[in-house]
Design a binder for this molecule. Structure first.
Ligand SMILES: [Zn+2]
Length: 174
C-alpha cells in the first residue's frame, strides 16, 4: 500500500497502532490490548497528529514509525484475540483493516506473546490462563475499568534472563 505510514506506541495497559494516509492527511488510530482483550477501539481523524493526541486525551504520547508488515501483523493478532473472545469489532475499523490487507494475513502465531520481548509466544498454559481471566471479565463487564486484573506474563527466555540477572546481583551482595 502506498501513501501509508505506520506507527505504534505502547503505554501501560494499551497499545496504539496508527496508520497515516499521507495523501488525505487522515490518521487511523487502532486502540489495542494485545495482553488481554485484543482490539478495543477505533478512531478516524482528519488533521494533525497533535490534534489527534489531544483528542485521545494523551498529548504526550510518542509514536514510533514501524514497518507496515509489523503494523498489519499487530492488528491481525488483536482481531484474532477479539474474535476468540467474541468481542465485536467496529464496522469502520474492519473496513479499513480489509483495505490495509490485515485480514489477508494467515495468522499462525499464538494469541498472546511475551509481554517483555513481544517476540516469543507465551505457553499454552499462560494463554489459557489469560483467556480464562478475559472471558470472566467480559462477562462481569469490567474490561477497561480499574477492576481489571493486572498481570505480566513473560516467555521462558525472558524468565531465564531475569533469573540470571537476579542471581548475578545476589552473588554480588555475598
Ligand atoms: Zn520474552
Amino acid at each position: 500500500m502506498t501513501g501509508v505510514i505506520t506507527y505504534r506506541t505502547r503505554e501501560d495497559g494499551f497499545l496504539i497502532v496508527l496508520v497515516e494516509l499521507t495523501q488525505s492527511s487522515i490518521f487511523l488510530a487502532f486502540l489495542l490490548d494485545p495482553w488481554k482483550a485484543g482490539y478495543r477501539d477505533f478512531d478516524q481523524h482528519k488533521g494533525s497528529l497533535k490534534d489527534l493526541k489531544r483528542k485521545l486525551g494523551a498529548p504526550k504520547l510518542k509514536f514510533h514509525e514501524i514497518p507496515k508488515k509489523e503494523a498489519a501483523l499487530l492488528l491481525r493478532q488483536n482481531v484474532e484475540i477479539a474474535h476468540h473472545l467474541g468481542i465485536d469489532i467496529d464496522e469502520d475499523a474492519m473496513k479499513w483493516m480489509n483495505k490495509l490487507g490485515v485480514m489477508k494475513i494467515d495468522y499462525k502465531q499464538a494469541l498472546y506473546r511475551c509481554f517483555n520481548c513481544e517476540r516469543n509466544d507465551l505457553s499454552t498454559d499462560q494463554i489459557d490462563e489469560i483467556l480464562a481471566i478475559a472471558s470472566r471479565e467480559i462477562t462481569q463487564g469490567v474490561i477497561g475499568t480499574d477492576e481489571e486484573e493486572q498481570y505480566f506474563k513473560i516467555c521462558a527466555e525472558c524468565e531465564n534472563e531475569l533469573h540470571d540477572k537476579h542471581e548475578g546481583q545476589s552473588h554480588h551482595h555475598h
